[in-house]
Design a protein. Sequence first.
Length: 86
Amino acid sequence: MGWGVSQDRVGNGLATEIGFAMMRLAFDRLRLHRVYAQCRVENAASCRIMTKLGMRQEGVLRENVLARGEWWSSVQCAILSSEWSG
Ligand SMILES: CC(C)(COP(=O)(O)OP(=O)(O)OC[C@H]1O[C@@H](n2cnc3c(N)ncnc32)[C@H](O)[C@@H]1OP(=O)(O)O)[C@@H](O)C(=O)NCCC(=O)NCCS
């Protein structure tokens, strides 16, 4: 999963709300086993959101995204249904 918030609405907890809503959909309704998210290593806000959502870091994918003419590395975090407390 991923999240994006309008520039004029950042800093209000909206991306965290999006993440929790997606996890409720994934685990409570769809009964999925695992949800993961990736963000650019330098994206400290998204890394923080993954932590707030209870996701655990699984590793760094080195230069796995070619964007705006350069290679970006990504942090991958995930949460299992057994770790989701609702
Ligand atoms: C990144 C983005 C989703 C954040 O949205 P948001 O609604 O402001 O996020 P939230 O308010 O839910 O949470 C942000 C958290 O990161 C923290 N944070 C913000 N900037 C930070 C920084 N530079 N360093 C460390 N933490 C930071 C905030 O303090 C907050 O944590 P807290 O609740 O513990 O204080 C938004 O800026 C965005 O859409 N950016 C462009 C698209 C993008 O990068 N999407 C993610 C792709 S993986």
